[in-house]
Design a protein around this ligand. Structure first.
Ligand SMILES: [Zn+2]
Length: 170
């Protein structure tokens, strides 16, 4: 999401954009379709306070059966942007309190990395295709039961040699 700082008016404004995940911006996330983003912007001179809301669908894999899972993800976060080097102005924040410092010359602030950071935080640790998912190979496959019975089979004659050796040494 790119915001042209020069076009952000004083006071409140809203910007909506769809962003596409690419190899360099998406932190390895597989996004199904685009990410819808809406930013509420409040500008006070060189400072812009943004509340960004996003929603998208992630293409994940079920942690039990490995089948594809389409996981809707939504969230919001706030960030503070401030124009570089206007320290003489009233209400100017020290740089460590600012999320993004923008340079008026370029006029562009890129919020995309912040959005993908937030999406990454909302990825479930263990995605499931359904709560009832029984895991790999459970559905439609016959179960095999193996029963072992001690002493039911005669000892393989080849083991007899080893048994004799054991008896000798002990
Ligand atoms: Zn599953």
């Amino acid at each position: 999401m790119r915001i042209n700082i020069l076009r952000v008016p004083e006071g409140h404004s809203v910007v909506s954009q769809e962003i596409t995940a690419t190899q360099d911006n998406a932190q390895g996330l597989a996004v199904d379709g685009a990410v819808s983003c809406t930013a509420d912007l409040d500008r006070f001179q060189a400072q812009i306070h943004a509340r960004v809301r996003f929603s998208c669908t992630l293409a994940l894999q079920c942690s039990r059966c490995l089948r594809p899972v389409h996981q809707p993800v939504r969230g919001e976060f706030r960030l503070v942007m401030q124009e570089k080097g206007r320290a003489e102005e009233r209400g100017f924040l020290p740089e460590e309190d600012v999320d993004l410092v923008f340079d008026d010359a370029s006029g562009e602030a890129d919020l995309t990395p912040f959005i993908f950071d937030e999406i990454l935080l909302s990825v479930p640790m263990k995605p499931l295709c359904s709560e009832e998912c029984g895991g790999m190979g459970v559905t439609g496959e016959p179960s095999v039961t193996v029963e072992y019975q001690a002493g039911a089979h005669p000892v393989d004659p080849r083991w007899e040699v080893l048994k004799k050796l054991r008896d000798k040494t002990s």
